[in-house]
Structures are given as structure tokens and as C-alpha cells.
Design a protein around this ligand. Structure first.
Ligand code: SF4
Ligand code: SF4
Length: 244
């Protein structure tokens, strides 16, 4: 999920600080990291996987995703369902079969990002930490880069922007400590954030927009763009969970 620094390990990197890393098919460890991992899926990750796989979101949720409770926050947390042998279902001998749409956790490694929401609408503050992992030979490569270069190389910007937009939900001021969602709230959480096809049907049900004061313009934008639909889902869920 979206982590705070206290939840992450690793040495913080300063902006502009150089580190050495490269991941290449020629390395002996290639693909070794795509197994036996907890691979969390943020809402935008599922949006992108759905786009890449061209499957209905409910089918993806039923076959490729596992639900757990995030131990820190108590929120539902989704992750890629590994195959019985512990391998990610998307890995092939040639690498990741969903590479263009792979989730945040796979893009950001060998770094991790911890965030703090900005006060009064300011940009969130963030910190990046090195994740030195035993067996990952990428750390022995000579290529030098900094955080910005890695973000650009991995096309992380749209993922970070979308994940930042979700902070108003995940770090809502009304959330005090660990949450405990009932069955209906858990269903709303999954529907609005992860089951975009189901949520699209829901917002078009008669009376939905009037009940939740959603303008015709916002509905039209959400029906045209998955990103807008997800943003609508976040705002709707804030109302459901926190009353606004
Ligand atoms: S270099 Fe690291 S990230 Fe790349 S394949 Fe090897 S273990 Fe995975
Ligand atoms: S999604 Fe792709 S990069 Fe991530 S673990 Fe699976 S195969 Fe590896």
C-alpha cells in the first residue's frame, strides 16, 4: 500500500545522490525476483493491469489477485496471486509479460517510496530508500543514476501521480489508527478502487449521481476515462467511509 517511512526499511537516499544499479536479461538473477514476493497492487496498478490484459476487472480480481488485510492500517490490501510454486503469473523466460503495465512495486525496485500528505493541498512529501536485496546482482552493475533518473527510466510518474491522488483517502484526517471495515464498507472499497467495470455500472444506476451529488460533467468524464472513474471512486469512498 502507500507506506509511511516508519513502515519501510532501507537507507534513505538524498535527492541527486547517485547509486549504482541496472537490471538486465543478461544477469544470472534475471527473473529470480519475480517469485516468492508479496506484490501489492494499488488501485492504479489494477487499472493498468486491466488495460494491459484487456480483461474485465472482476475477472482479474477473481483469478489473479488475492485479498488480505493490511496489518498496519487494517484496510483491505490486494496483491498478485502467485502460482502454487511461488512464481508470479506474469513472468516468462523472456521477462515480464505485462512489462508496460507492471505495478508500482515492480517498477520502483530497487527503491521504496515513503510518503506524507502535504498540508492544505500542498504536494505530498516523499522519501526514497534503497532496498539492497540479497541475490540481486543489479547492485553490482556499474551504471550510476539518481532517483529522478530511475523514475524516468521506469515510467513511474503516472503511477506516482495516481498514487498521490489516493492519499486523501488512505491518509484521511478522520482515519485514526487502524480501521475496521464492515462487510459493506469492504465491498465498497474493492468496488470503487479496484473493480472499475463494476463501479462504472454502479455510477450509471438510476439515482446514484443525485444521491451522492455527482455532477453530470463529472459523470461524463468518468465514463470516458478510467483515471477519472478511479478519482470519482476515491471521492465517493471517502464519503462512504468518513462522511466527506
Ligand atoms: S537485477 Fe535484481 S531486479 Fe533485476 S532481475 Fe536480477 S534480482 Fe531482479
Ligand atoms: S508483474 Fe512482472 S515484473 Fe512484477 S513480479 Fe510479475 S513478472 Fe515480475
Amino acid at each position: 500500500m502507500i507506506e509511511e517511512q516508519s513502515e519501510l526499511q532501507g537507507r534513505p537516499l538524498k535527492p541527486g545522490e547517485l547509486f549504482r544499479f541496472a537490471c538486465r536479461p543478461a544477469l544470472a538473477c534475471f527473473n529470480a525476483c519475480c517469485r516468492d514476493k508479496r506484490l501489492p497492487l494499488l488501485p492504479y496498478d489494477l487499472l493498468r493491469l486491466r488495460r494491459g490484459l484487456k480483461q474485465n476487472s472482476s475477472d482479474i480480481l477473481a483469478t489473479l489477485v488475492e485479498l488480505e488485510e493490511d496489518p498496519g492500517s487494517g484496510r483491505p490490501a490486494l496483491r498478485i496471486k502467485l502460482q502454487p510454486d511461488g512464481v508470479c503469473p506474469f513472468v516468462s523466460p523472456d521477462g515480464c509479460t505485462v512489462y508496460e503495465h507492471r505495478p508500482t512495486c515492480c517498477r520502483i525496485y530497487p527503491l521504496a517510496r515513503a510518503v506524507q500528505p502535504g498540508a492544505g493541498g500542498a504536494e505530498p512529501s516523499q522519501i526514497f530508500l534503497r532496498q539492497d536485496t540479497p541475490g540481486c546482482l543489479g547492485w553490482e552493475e556499474p551504471d550510476e543514476l539518481d532517483i529522478d533518473a530511475w523514475i524516468a527510466d521506469q515510467d513511474l510518474a503516472p503511477f506516482q501521480a495516481a498514487n498521490n491522488r489516493a492519499l486523501k483517502l488512505f491518509m484521511h484526517p478522520a482515519k485514526k489508527g487502524k480501521v475496521s471495515l464492515n462487510q459493506a464498507q469492504t465491498h465498497a472499497f474493492i468496488s470503487a478502487l479496484y473493480n472499475l467495470d463494476g463501479f462504472r455500472d454502479l455510477v450509471q444506476q438510476e439515482g446514484f449521481t443525485a444521491k451522492f451529488a455527482i455532477s453530470d460533467q463529472r459523470l461524463a468524464a468518468a465514463l470516458k476515462s478510467d483515471e477519472e472513474l478511479l478519482d470519482l471512486g476515491i471521492d465517493w469512498l471517502i464519503g462512504v467511509l468518513f462522511g466527506g
